[in-house]
Design a protein around this ligand. Sequence first.
Ligand code: ASP
Ligand code: MG
Length: 293
Amino acid sequence: MKFGGTSVGSIESLLNLRDIVNASSKPVLVVVSAMGGFTNQLLAMCEQAQQRDISCLDTLEAARKRHHDAIDGVVVESMRDEVHATIDHFIDDSLKPYYLALATNPHMPVDEIERMCDAIVAHGEILSSAIVAGMFDDGVPHLSLNYMRTVPDGHGRVLDWEETGRLVKEEFAAMADGVHVAQGFISRDKATGDVTNLGRGGSDYTAAILATLLDAEALEIWTDVDGFMTADPRTHPDATVIQQMTYAQAQEMCDAGAKVIYPPTIAPVAMKHIPVWVKNTFNPAATGTVIID
Ligand code: ASP
Ligand code: MG
């Protein structure tokens, strides 16, 4: 079950997430995005820091409060202190030093700046996943930096399926009972170990990769719309939810710009014929869209 930014973005939505996971009769691996808007903020703060604009630290304090408020609203009491401390640790010992380094080092080489910003942006998912794992008495946290591997590809990077497959099988070999929680989006370079990511919106892809490698029975993408629609509901008020589509149809709609799921998500699950459900965290009773062939 993958939960996107809005699904982990507020106390209300996190409580819905908890109910949805608890309602499952099957073992669940939860893959989360960063709290809604936080990835954009982390990147905007990188820009500000490079301009030596230290007011980015104010945004960071607001984000700290947002995460702490969420913890007080949703994390089980026995875990609260620990999760508060985790958030503070990553903000004070990791994010702040990175931003200060960017702001005070005008001669930093471009590739080092890029590396630092990649390390910074990974914190969105690291923080949100700490909260989500702390919502369940039997939460089992995983760190996607330990098993998702990328390799350079032209100007970008792609998943290294072989190495990732090996590491994922190791990490999840004896998947104990409990609610397993992992970060979407984040990865490491296979050769250098540098923190990388699967591109903006990449958490869907992480979930599809894990579903594929672990032979999941289904992939559920929990988002903030009822499913794929026949048209953009903002411009076409009579648009309706498409109840069922093929992988090819879903791929075509994603490629054409339907913002429901990240386009690379479809291919791996299609290969294994794993059904993909697109469901609304804010309206879980709605049937959603199922993608099968
Ligand atoms: N947090 C990342 C982004 O905003 C990845 C994701 O949410 O899928 O792009
Ligand atoms: Mg998304």
